[in-house]
Design a binder for this molecule. Structure first.
Ligand SMILES: [Zn+2]
Length: 349
């Protein structure tokens, strides 16, 4: 077969294999860029984990970014949590609210389910003002019989009712991004992130499906209409804002935070903008990232500007190989999302 030297050269070049981790393209786009150093309204960061950080340093970042208040969701349990409660009792006044984690361990030890509500009550007496239920409930936590615990398990019902009785919100982190439930392979859009954290993958028969987990969540929302629920990470419906909309319509006791989901919202700017404009009172600002000035500025840029194709705020291993676009939200929407909606979830007891 006669060969064409040019085609041969092209074929040879195409065989060059560049490891994915070394591919770091620099965009050649020249488009307007706007850095938002001071957001359009005061901000409450509804979703942070700063147990281990120096709070004076955190407050410096807050002051530089117009963050008036921060919700720290403590990940500590038992004696460690006692120390965290003391740390936040001594924190700069008025700047922090503490949420505690629901620890399902008593159910693994076959202790009565009433323990969970008692523990919540005790922590609220010590200063906690919210309960967080993490994704371990549904995905990995088991009871004393070795059965996976479901979020809609009867044994959790008393805790959700107790929260309503005391008047504190319950933040639910149920399920995860859709890609975390898919095989970690060349077709997974978050391959690099999952390759860096294989334990974040929930594909396969050992785990319930994402749909099944969200059904458990929806049953809880239906069963406890008096409880104020907040769905972390757009209620894990960030890739499907139509579904998120249906869920907000169905459950008036449910709102969502946008924490750690700028990558998802910013890659669908028209759909996401419509979502914010339809539910301006049901969406809350949260970061879920290490408090840094540059991180907050990227969130503000996404929410406030019409900038195109810029990096999203993220943890170190990134979330996917794409860039985001600004939503250019009107100031009256920003005011609500940044802090007015959060005010309703921050209770004084
Ligand atoms: Zn979190």
């Amino acid at each position: 077969m006669p060969t064409d030297p040019f085609l041969e050269m092209v074929a040879k070049k195409a065989q060059v294999k560049l490891p994915l981790g070394e591919f770091d393209p620099v965009s050649c786009l020249r488009v307007p860029e706007h850095e938002i150093t001071w957001p359009a309204a005061p901000v409450i960061d509804m979703h942070c984990h700063v147990d281990g950080l120096d709070l004076e340093a955190v407050v410096k970042v807050m002051d530089a970014c117009r963050i008036e208040h921060m919700v720290n969701i403590s990940l500590a349990k038992g004696g460690e949590l006692d120390a965290i409660m003391r740390k936040f009792a001594a924190a700069p006044a008025g700047r922090f609210t503490l949420f505690v984690l629901l620890d399902p361990a008593p159910l693994a030890r076959n202790q009565p389910a009433g323990r969970l509500a008692e523990e919540l009550e005790r922590r609220v007496e010590q200063g906690a003002r919210g309960l967080k239920v993490w994704k371990d409930v549904g995905l990995t936590a088991r009871d004393s019989a070795g059965q996976l615990l479901r979020l809609d398990d009867e044994r959790f019902a008393a805790v959700f009712e107790k929260a309503a009785e005391i008047g504190i919100p319950v933040m639910l982190h149920t399920a995860d991004p859709a890609a975390f439930f898919q095989p970690i392979d060349a077709r997974n859009e978050r391959y690099e992130e999952l390759a860096a954290h294989p334990d974040w993958g929930f594909h396969g028969a050992a785990f319930p499906s994402k749909a099944a987990l969200l059904e458990q969540r929806d049953r809880v929302l239906a069963n406890h209409p008096r409880t104020a629920f907040l769905g972390a990470h757009v209620g894990s419906m960030e890739e499907d804002l139509e579904k998120a909309s249906h869920t907000l319509e169905r459950f008036p006791n449910f709102s969502v935070d946008i924490s750690a989901r700028a990558a998802e919202l910013g890659r669908q700017p028209r759909t996401a903008r419509g979502f914010f404009l339809r539910y301006p009172e049901r969406i809350l600002f949260g970061s879920d990232l290490i408090p840094e000035i540059s991180m907050y500025r990227l969130y503000y840029r996404m929410l406030e500007t019409a900038d195109e194709y810029f990096p999203y705020p993220t943890h170190e291993s990134g979330q996917g190989r794409w860039r985001i676009y600004g939503l250019e939200l009107p100031v009256e929407t920003l005011r609500k999302v940044y802090s007015e909606n959060a005010q309703k979830f921050l209770v004084k007891i």
